[in-house]
Design a protein around this ligand. Structure first.
Ligand SMILES: Cc1cc2nc3c(=O)[nH]c(=O)nc-3n(C[C@H](O)[C@H](O)[C@H](O)COP(=O)(O)O)c2cc1C
Length: 344
């Protein structure tokens, strides 16, 4: 396959593994790279030493290009971005923040930059800031997808930018890849599909459950970590949606928040008291959401935890290997192209 994305990143297929905390590990990233795609290491939850170790392990497992992400809104992201740059990671993916300095530093060593966006405004800003490509994430997606569905969001951004667009949110098979290419995208990035593969470290019970879910079994809410996100409908999700938070919740959770931010606890507790009601509540939600995502993803706990999952789970019914997923998508996309040719 040949698209602007395969040329830009020197990969065989225009298929990316999204950066998912706890999931997009060196093992899963290398499996995708070795099968011809581009895997994005997730660094959002990693301390600096762990980020260095992730990069090293990925390089031991594959000699193909790979990417790593930084979610600029997260505590500790600046330090992780520096580490990706020091280690000359071939492709750096950033989200939720301004990426001009990252783009300049990555280009200086010959690397490439992908910005993840959910709106036209942020797409234009990322292009101005020097991104080489965009991941555009629609409403169907697991986690923090946009307010507009992929079918409309992708062409609206493709029409407005010059850099190549990678479509995310609702893609899991070859029909999806062919459709994304027709909408003007140059590739797809998938979270939910790769989460449910044999190499994925997600709790096995969640993979099995994912195979039984329908397209109606997700909810989109800002009550998990404070930003609109799509998660599996579950007792844990309902509990968080109904949970009332006040500035006191932030103080009660301040030890957890301090650990997350890498801050001394006392300094943080004083900071919370001075930061105002809305900010305190936002911090409390972020800390609670962090724990809930971990419990849902790694412990398979749907009573207390929350599992990010996309609507596309409803059209996936198995847990194949990464290579099977990739080979299947490539074959199906070619068949879809032939069928379309006949119909047109
Ligand atoms: C279990 C799971 C965990 C995720 N965790 C993160 C995360 O930590 N950070 C992030 O930016 N996106 C996260 N995502 C969202 C993906 O990066 C991606 O945007 C999304 O999965 C694409 O839509 P799809 O699920 O329809 O393929 C997660 C997705 C899943 C399924």
């Amino acid at each position: 396959m040949k698209t602007r994305i395969t040329e830009l990143f020197k990969i065989k297929y225009p298929i990316l593994l999204s950066g998912m905390s706890w999931i997009s590990t060196p093992e899963l990233v290398a499996a995708v790279a070795n099968a011809g795609g581009l895997g994005i290491l997730a660094t959002g939850i990693l301390q600096p030493d762990e980020t260095r170790d992730y990069i090293k392990r990925t390089r031991e497992l594959t000699n193909k290009p790979f990417a790593a992400n930084v979610t600029l809104y997260f505590p500790g992201a600046d330090r992780n971005a520096e580490i990706l740059i020091e280690n000359k990671v071939p492709v750096v993916n950033y989200a939720l923040g301004k990426g001009d300095k990252i783009a300049k530093a990555v280009h200086a060593y010959g690397g490439k930059v992908i910005a993840t966006v959910t709106t036209l405004k942020h797409a234009m800003a990322a292009q101005r800031d020097g991104a080489d490509a965009l991941i555009v994430t629609g409403h169907e997606a697991a986690g923090h997808g946009g307010a507009v569905t992929s079918l409309v969001l992708i062409p609206s951004i493709v029409d407005a930018v010059d850099i190549p667009v990678i479509a995310a949110g609702g893609f899991a098979d070859g029909r999806g890849l062919a459709a994304a290419l027709l909408l003007g995208a140059e590739g797809i990035s998938m979270g939910t599909r790769f989460m449910n593969t044999t190499e994925s470290p997600v709790h096995e019970s969640q993979k099995a459950l994912s195979n039984t879910l329908t397209v109606y079994d997700t909810v989109y809410t800002d009550k998990v970590d404070g930003l609109p996100a799509r998660v599996m409908a579950s007792k844990g999700a309902t509990r968080l949606i109904n949970k009332r938070l006040n500035p006191l919740s932030a103080l009660i959770n301040s030890r957890k928040i301090a650990k997350l931010l890498g801050f001394p606890w006392l300094k943080l507790a004083v900071g919370i008291m001075l930061s105002g009601v809305q900010n305190s509540i936002r911090m409390a939600r972020m800390a609670i959401g962090f724990d809930a995502f971990k419990a849902g993803t790694m412990d398979g706990d749907n009573e207390n935890g929350v599992l990010p999952i996309g609507q596309v789970t409803g059209i996936m019914h198995d847990t194949p290997s990464v290579k099977t997923v990739m080979d299947r998508i490539v074959k199906e996309a070619a068949e879809a192209g032939k069928k379309l040719g006949k119909k047109l």
